[in-house]
Design a protein around this ligand. Structure first.
Ligand SMILES: C[S@@+](CC[C@H](N)C(=O)[O-])C[C@H]1O[C@@H](n2cnc3c(N)ncnc32)[C@H](O)[C@@H]1O
Length: 237
């Protein structure tokens, strides 16, 4: 679709694919792609999951430079002088290249290295990057078993310790941490915030014009990229 329709399309896709979707720009065109069993949006091209699809899906897995990191798939070679974060998403969301993931990792890199919870970890890019930066302990949780599996594999492949658990952020007892990073959806952020006691929360997964209801938190900082937003919230005493 033309880039000028991006904001509207992202808002529609966020409703349809709350588990996330990938993006790629081709000049003035934007391509959105989701790996899903849900009904496709009108006009979307549907490809069955076979080897041709896997090849095409690989096109979305391009390495990116994020803060001190090179984040890329196992079949790409990191250049010298960067800290590699190798991410194989398997069936989970996240190559590490999405604007929201990049914003979260950049904001994490600015924080003091404390205990960290990656809430809705997908393939674990944020948890792995945080562990490489020295955050400890790092706990990563997701409701999707494919995400738990991918995060465990990616932590091991990058040689870092991440405690990965399957749970629902809306209902389960949550592991405590001094910094919570939640790249999820606006609706789930609003359900999650009142359940947290962490002094600092980095939240993303929503659009530039979205303003989450904050409850006991207030915004300290906002980062924007490609129409997406990421916020640093601090808890009022
Ligand atoms: C947009 S993806 C982000 C993944 C990863 N944090 C990243 O930046 O690449 C959101 C993740 O939240 C997970 N999620 C959605 N609803 C959830 C819930 N109620 N409890 C736990 N995880 C949830 C999804 O399974 C998905 O992996």
């Amino acid at each position: 679709m033309p880039l000028e329709h991006a904001e509207e399309a992202r808002a529609r896709w966020l409703e349809r694919f709350p588990q996330g979707f990938e993006e790629r720009t081709h000049g003035r065109e934007l391509e959105l792609a989701a790996y899903t069993e849900a009904d496709p949006p009108p006009g979307a091209l549907v490809e069955r999951v076979d080897s041709a699809w896997e090849e095409r899906w690989r096109d979305f897995h391009r390495p990116v430079l994020v803060g001190p990191f090179w984040i890329g798939p196992p079949w790409e070679q990191p250049p010298l002088g960067v800290m590699p974060v190798v991410i194989d998403p398997g069936g989970a969301f996240g190559t590490g290249a999405h604007a929201t993931t990049q914003l979260c990792i950049e904001l994490v890199a600015e924080q003091e290295q404390v205990s960290l919870l990656d809430a809705g970890c997908g393939s674990g890019a944020i948890a792995v990057a945080a562990a490489l930066l020295g955050f400890s302990p790092v706990v990563a949780v997701d409701v999707d078993p494919a995400a738990v599996d991918a995060t465990e594999r990616n932590a091991a492949a990058n040689g870092v310790a991440v405690d990965v658990r399957q749970l629902d952020l809306a209902t389960a007892a949550l592991p405590s941490a001094e910094l919570v990073v939640a790249n999820i959806s606006l609706e789930l952020i609003e359900v999650l915030l009142p359940r947290l006691a962490a002094p600092v929360v980095i939240a993303s997964g929503y659009l530039e014009h979205d303003e989450p209801r904050l409850g006991r938190y207030r915004r300290r900082e906002r980062g924007l990229r490609g129409g997406w937003a990421a916020d640093v919230f601090v808890r009022a005493q």
